[in-house]
Design a protein around this ligand. Structure first.
Ligand code: AMP
Length: 536
């Protein structure tokens, strides 16, 4: 029997039209490099994004070709988020924190044709310009200074754009691409489709997940070059939520000022950002009057339980989530299920520190090294995932096909534990696990416990080669400003919580833990730094 339903394509073209037609009055606010605020509405946004789409077509962009961006989080980036895909081309966001040589590698691997760049980032572009061959470089005059010779002026292009005639799009057409920010190896490109992006936006907006509604004001702190700011610009436009973009001003004080001024109700960023925000409010508790019920989605790296508890004290609810570039990125998000409403406060915090529950259409499983059976009889093993917004391959890298299992699941490279309620908890990256005397030790659990010590700002636990035990854990610790703690004090703090063999053999105090461009601890760097600690 044939169904009688319309085959209406799931494309961003619909979301752009909807944003202008239904939510024309909602505001989009952007903090500019000079700290002034740019304000306009979804009506203006839809008009300008359509004009940009028309301009891109006029410049000759063809279906499936890449339009790269080198931009902070602001209105013009949002316009490009919609204009490039609606014109049939592919939005490719470049990570401006990478080394210029790495950006050039990615541009060339993706075969980007056009570049849209903030005028304040032109000095960065100049550093890799010689290694790339863009046909058009379009500069956004955020500083309101005339655009330098040799570049197309974004505003002039928009002012002179022909009427946009949306091309017919299939929901499976490519709409965006993003490279992984891996801690090792070359970056790998993931290509999203209109369908995967729309379904991801729909699922992430539901109440138990990020719950983005029309009356929310969203502040996406996570950069728009990091997995499409977790898809939030698309969710916000779909629901007509107000957006407050922080531009390049990502320090705690500027973020808090923006959140108060614009009455932000939901935000999203990596733990490092929220740790900075926490330190700022702890220093001046009366300074910021944040919106009641403010939610901060926190992912990209593990959110320590101590952070979740401390932020609660200041009325900021941290919502833990897990994702990957290959997952668009949402793979799990934390909410308290109705069967868990009787928990004690401590039990509830333990649940909230887990990475959460898979959203609809995402399936998670934990697999033992050898196959089906979970390790040691508990549901711990390599986390594998499948779903409509999970990558099925990398852009022009067939050699990486072993990241997918024969039965079609993506191997995440994370080790996770599933509890009986379906909450997933990340124990480690496979390559970060510590293997001591044949037993596994979770570095993430030790780090979370260390970060609950009042003197500890941040901690990384790494595996260090050991002549007798193969590997032993070593803790690398950053203390809070003015705080003191000895290795013995930290050991005493951990002792009641862990088996003896889990306790780190050494504690190294450092000023900062090296991080990747997207806020993940660079444990490989620490491992090589301390590689000779126990063997010479
Ligand atoms: P990326 O593709 O840059 O977003 O990195 C994805 C990786 O970040 C995952 O495979 C995890 O190892 C790590 N990650 C993301 N979110 C979390 C989280 N909430 N807790 C622990 N690790 C996380």
């Amino acid at each position: 029997m044939q169904n009688t339903m319309m085959n209406f394509p799931l494309t961003l073209t619909h979301l752009l039209k909807r944003a202008g037609q239904l939510f024309g009055g909602s505001e989009i606010v952007s903090r500019l490099p000079d700290k002034s605020l740019h304000r306009y509405t979804y009506r203006d946004f839809q008009r300008r994004a359509s004009a940009l789409a028309g301009a891109l077509q006029q410049l000759g962009i063809k279906k499936g070709e890449r339009v790269a961006t080198l931009m902070w989080n602001h209105y013009a980036h949002l316009e490009t988020y919609f204009a490039a895909p609606c014109a049939g081309s592919v939005l490719h966001t470049l990570n401006l924190r990478l080394h210029p040589d790495d950006i050039a590698f990615i541009v060339n691997h993706a075969q980007d044709r056009f570049l849209i760049v903030d005028d304040v980032l032109l000095p960065l572009y100049e550093k890799f310009k010689a290694q790339t061959k863009f046909e058009h470089v379009i500069a956004v005059p955020l500083t309101k200074q005339p655009v330098a010779a040799g570049y197309d002026d974004y505003e002039k292009l928009l002012a002179n754009a022909p009427a946009f005639d949306p091309p017919p799009l299939n929901e499976n057409d490519a709409c965006g691409m993003c490279y992984t920010s891996g801690t090792t190896g070359k970056p790998k490109g993931v290509v999203y489709s209109h369908r995967s992006t729309v379904l991801h936006a729909l699922a992430t907006s539901t109440v138990d997940y990020m719950g983005i509604g029309n009356r929310d004001t969203l502040c996406p702190v996570v950069p728009m070059f990091h997995v499409n700011a977790w898809g939030l610009p698309y969710s916000a436009a779909m629901m007509g939520a107000k957006i407050a973009f922080p531009g390049p001003h990502l320090d705690a004080v500027n973020l808090l000022d923006l959140m108060v001024a614009e009455n932000v109700t939901v935000s999203a960023g990596v733990p490092t950002i929220w740790m900075g925000v926490l330190q700022a409010v702890e220093k001046e508790p009366a300074r910021w009057k944040l919106a009641p019920g403010l939610r901060m989605v926190c992912g990209g790296a593990a959110a320590p339980e101590a952070l979740i508890r401390a932020m609660d004290r200041y009325g900021m609810r941290v919502i833990h989530g897990w994702g990957m570039t290959e997952l668009s990125p949402l793979g799990a998000l934390n909410f308290i299920k109705r069967e868990l409403t009787d928990l004690t406060r401590d039990e509830e915090y333990a649940v909230r520190a887990k990475q959460g529950v898979a959203p609809p259409f995402v399936e998670l499983r934990t697999m033992a090294e050898s196959g089906e059976a979970p390790w040691d009889g508990v549901a711990m093993g390599e986390l594998q995932v499948r779903g409509p917004w999970v990558a099925a391959g990398y852009h022009e890298l067939p050699s990486e096909s072993d990241q997918w299992t024969a039965d079609g699941w993506f191997r995440t490279g994370d080790i996770a534990i599933m509890d009986e309620h379906g909450y997933m908890k990340i124990a480690d990256r496979i390559k970060d696990l510590v293997k001591s005397g044949g037993e596994w030790i979770s570095s993430v659990d030790l780090e979370n416990a260390l970060m609950a010590h009042p003197a500890v700002a941040e901690a990384a636990v790494i595996a260090v080669p050991h002549p007798r035990w193969d590997e032993r854990p070593v803790a690398v610790v950053v203390l809070k400003p003015g705080a003191n703690a000895t290795p013995d004090a930290l050991r005493d703090h951990l002792e009641p919580k862990f088996a003896k063999f889990w306790l780190p053999d050494d504690y190294k105090f450092v000023d900062a833990i090296p991080k990747t461009s997207t806020g993940k601890m660079l444990k490989a760097t620490l491992r090589s730094q301390y590689a000779k600690l126990f063997i010479s």
